[in-house]
Write a protein that binds this ligand. Sequence first.
Ligand SMILES: Cc1ncc(COP(=O)(O)O)c(C=O)c1O
Length: 356
Amino acid sequence: MSDIKQLARETVQALTPYLSARRIGGKGDVWLNANEAPDCSEYQLDSKKLNRYPEFQPPALINAYADYSLLKKNQILATRGADESIEILIRTFCEPGSDSILICPPTYGMYAISAETCGVTVEQVALDSHFDVDYLAVEQAVNHPTSQVKIVFLCAPNNPTGNMLDKQKLVKLLQATKGKALIVADEAYIEFSPQLSQVDLIAQHGNLVITRTLSKAFALAAIRCGFTLAQESVIQMLSKVIAPYPVPQPTAQIATQALSENGLAVMKDRVHTLNNNRQLLQTALKSLDCVTEIFPTTGNFVLVRFKDSAKVFAAFANDGIIMRDFASKPRLENCIRITIGSKAEMESTLTTLNSL
Ligand SMILES: Cc1ncc(COP(=O)(O)O)c(C=O)c1O
């Protein structure tokens, strides 16, 4: 082992890092592997005062998100993407070496990676046979006498299976785990089905946390801007741990414009277009012989099971279409996740599939 590797923490030496879409890479012009938006807007940027550190939580940004989310300013923390929210939650609430988080696989990979890098154990309660959360099993795991679970991560729409949460069952879980654990609902894709948000539950439930991002429906993955939403007491704890200047000033400027009346109208328009494109794709997929299962979804992606996903993936790669392969994940054999892109990108996707 090299000297430097030996110097690293043992958990880091053993860690397999999260392979983001950009790290995996791929050659082609059609990028459908990271659930990004296919279009982008232009923004004004004032670069005159970049010698000064930014505000800890830029007031214009927090005001704009408070108006958008219908929450109070003290119930919001802006972060460098939702990924930072996940990490800060773990670093704030889980004691390394003794506490754990609970995840419901198959789900977004960063919950487990963030926990591992913090020396926090990961417990699992698998999604049920319909890929829905097994609420009773989660409750039992958290309330088990020896449980050290401090945070439960639920993802809705779940990446990659698309499932949503059941509000009544979530409320029961929140009540049953009060004082024991935080329940985090990751709403990275909620703009594609805003009526299914759990944000209205924050007023009543001190142990509910919601994470959000501007990377998806707002088409701003490059600026790294996310939000943690919860009652003030949670936000205050997180504010002790987060970096001193978490939101770069150019990010705050752009994000504030994206949350303006005009910015929100553009986002809603995009959502409308992408939801239509998703419908077109889903309908066309139904008639294809190579498809065996189309997972239900309300996000800007759809998980599809093929007869032979390796063949399909190779055909996409050959045509310069980059997709996300889930075939090696447990229970997702032969599955590929397709990001909903522009109409032209959906047509290219279907042309490849039709050629098989
Ligand atoms: C479910 C989920 N949560 C969080 C994130 C991270 O979002 P951000 O770009 O804001 O870090 C992603 C990104 O793909 C995601 O799919």
